[in-house]
Design a protein around this ligand. Structure first.
Ligand SMILES: [Zn+2]
Ligand SMILES: [Zn+2]
Length: 192
């Protein structure tokens, strides 16, 4: 059984008092201790304060199932290092409507389309060579793309894979095109 408590303190001194001196809390902790297998205290702003560090939400290597928004297209991708490479280029922003895309390069044999028939959109990349984008014709989810210069390797959108939301970011490309607020997003939101 898992329980979560959310406590809000007006200042750090109150928090420190509650954790280390408050007699009611200390008595509760003493009585509850035999019943608690594991506990962790998380400061929503600063990360873990006490207890073991929270487990990093990572996933292991393997075959990942992917799907588009409408579900017409589904596929599997074999990935040895489940992580995202962020691309900040303008094309990714235009195609995806977000501040960056999340990708990984795999061999084309590591991608299997299980259902649906992706449509193709081709544009000329910065190198002057064609780039073919494969997307769901119904909902437009971008599944993968292939640059002529990459041979047998393709670029898949890692966030469309199951567990994609649990994969960590591992690098970024075209960082010079990064929107100024991407790194500062959390700080910006906290100011509001
Ligand atoms: Zn779709
Ligand atoms: Zn890009």
């Amino acid at each position: 059984m898992t329980h979560g408590f959310v406590l809000e303190f007006e200042n750090q001194a109150d928090l420190d008092y509650y954790l280390t001196e408050d007699p009611v809390h200390l008595e509760f902790s003493r009585k509850a201790a035999p019943l608690i297998e594991d506990s962790v205290v998380i400061d929503i702003r600063d990360g873990v304060l006490f207890g073991p560090p929270a487990k990093k939400p990572t996933v292991g290597a393997g075959t990942f199932h992917g799907s588009c928004h409408c579900g017409d297209c589904s596929w599997t991708a074999e990935i040895t290092e489940p992580e995202h490479i962020l691309c900040h280029c303008e094309t990714c922003r235009k195609l995806g409507g977000g501040p960056y895309s999340m990708n990984q390069i795999i061999h084309k044999n590591q991608l299997q389309i299980l259902s649906g028939k992706p449509s193709t959109y081709t544009y000329t990349g910065a190198s002057g060579n064609p780039v073919h984008c494969y997307f769901c014709p119904n909902c437009t989810s971008h599944i993968y793309h292939h640059q002529a210069v990459m041979g047998d390797r393709i670029i898949i959108r890692t966030i469309l894979l199951d567990n994609g939301a649990r994969m960590p970011p591992a690098g970024e490309i075209f960082a010079e095109g990064k929107l100024a607020w991407v790194d500062a997003l959390r700080a910006e939101l906290e100011k509001r």
